[in-house]
Write a protein that binds this ligand. Structure first.
Ligand code: CP3
Length: 348
């Protein structure tokens, strides 16, 4: 009897489950026709700010795929708006923030605190709707960007390749950097706790771009802030999935933030990543999202290769190493879910 309600949480706690839990980053996105239909009528920000729409997209994607968790439909950049920055998503260009932060005065002007987080109440409301819909049969994952990744967008004004602006601020103006991280945490902490109060069973902290840092810079300038958020959430008994891309060298340092689960991308073999943290936390990953474009036999081989590297240890959550690509056939994602679940039964 499949038990989708508890697989994810059992794995987060490193307990054995009836099958390996599986969900995907960007499981609700442009590759899915149902999403494109809603998107044709509404902008991304409109969807995020309308709990009924965000909940519908979240629920539809999770049900269509047969995954073991529903990640709430929202965006990592939403908190910048109530903090005082203008956010736009332009077709084909990704996100754009007006007047990126460059100096002390700009950081000083940013708003922070619980009242700012309360302006993001629509995300908690969407979580509440999804949680009511599933009634405990499927866990809802809440999320936020980790302080470094959110700061990188606020400083660069959009996506970046070398993160020159961020690194410049971090090393030239360390006190301004610390002030910015404090302000971000002052919003993200109450924002995440509101998601927990609304029924999120787990929280993923996306530190998507942290892999650009040296270990020393990470430990000095980023770890204390990520750790603060992880601890605030886990004190409520809710596990955190701490994800970053290209983090092979950072994993032991990231583990110090104390999350129950570390999320890794495909650049490092899953068993190597897990060994680097001595199998203490649970691990999430790490199929290359491009593998979902492959014909079924090649896809099966790649999915099973990831599962074999988990070695039957309790505490593996199957996911892609980053978001599903827009070109992905939805049937392949459904097939991957089936392969993961069957593997659990055949090898359990
Ligand atoms: O299904 C889910 O995973 C939940 C929804 C979700 C979105 N964004 C919706 C979205 C999640 C978890 C995010 C997180 C997010 N947003 C991250 C962290 C994850 C990662 O990819 O590292 C980041 C960096 C962002 C910022 C962001 N939002 C970018 C860079 C872009 C443009 C890139 C692109 O794929 O076009 C977005 C837009 C966005 N957010 C889309 C979706 C489904 C696609 C665009 C659209 O519908 O117009």
């Amino acid at each position: 009897m499949p038990d989708r309600g508890s697989r994810l949480l059992r794995a987060c706690r490193r307990q054995a489950a009836d099958a390996t839990p599986v969900w995907f980053m960007r499981q609700a996105g442009r590759y899915m026709a149902e999403y494109r239909t809603v998107r044709a009528a509404h902008s991304l920000l409109e969807i995020c700010k309308t709990p009924a729409l965000a909940a519908e997209i979240t629920i539809t994607a999770a049900q269509r795929l047969g995954v073991d968790a529903a990640i709430i439909f929202a965006d990592l950049l939403l908190p910048v708006e109530p903090m005082g920055m203008r956010l736009r998503f332009q077709q084909g260009q990704g996100p754009l923030l007006d007047s990126p932060l460059r100096d002390e005065a700009a950081v000083a002007r940013l708003a922070s605190g619980p009242a700012v987080a309360a302006e993001l109440g629509y995300v908690a409301e969407a979580i509440r709707l999804v949680e009511q819909h599933f009634g405990g049969r499927l866990p809802v994952i809440g999320f936020a960007g980790a302080p470094f990744t959110l700061a990188s967008y606020m400083i660069e004004g959009g996506s970046s390749r070398h993160f020159v602006g961020v690194k410049t601020l971090m090393c030239r103006l360390p006190q301004v950097w610390a002030h910015l991280m404090e302000k971000i945490c002052g919003v993200l902490e109450p924002y995440l706790l509101a998601q927990v109060d609304a029924g999120a069973a787990a929280i993923q902290l996306f530190d998507s771009w942290v892999g650009c840092l040296s270990v020393d810079d990470y430990v000095e300038s980023v770890l204390p802030y990520s750790e603060r958020l992880v601890r605030a959430v886990e004190q409520r008994g809710v596990p955190v999935i701490h994800f970053g891309a290209d983090t092979a060298s950072l994993l032991p340092a990231m583990q110090q933030a104390g999350a129950a689960v570390l999320g890794v991308d495909w650049r490092i073999p899953l068993d190597e990543a897990w060994a680097k943290v001595e199998h203490v936390p649970a691990i999430q990953g790490n199929l290359d999202p491009a593998a979902l474009l492959a014909p079924l036999p090649a896809l099966r081989r790649r999915v099973e290769a990831v599962l074999k590297r988990a070695g039957g240890r309790p505490g593996h959550i199957f996911n892609t190493g980053h978001g599903i690509l827009p070109e992905t056939p939805v049937e392949n994602v459904i097939a991957a879910v089936e392969i993961v679940h069957e593997f659990g039964i055949n090898h359990g």
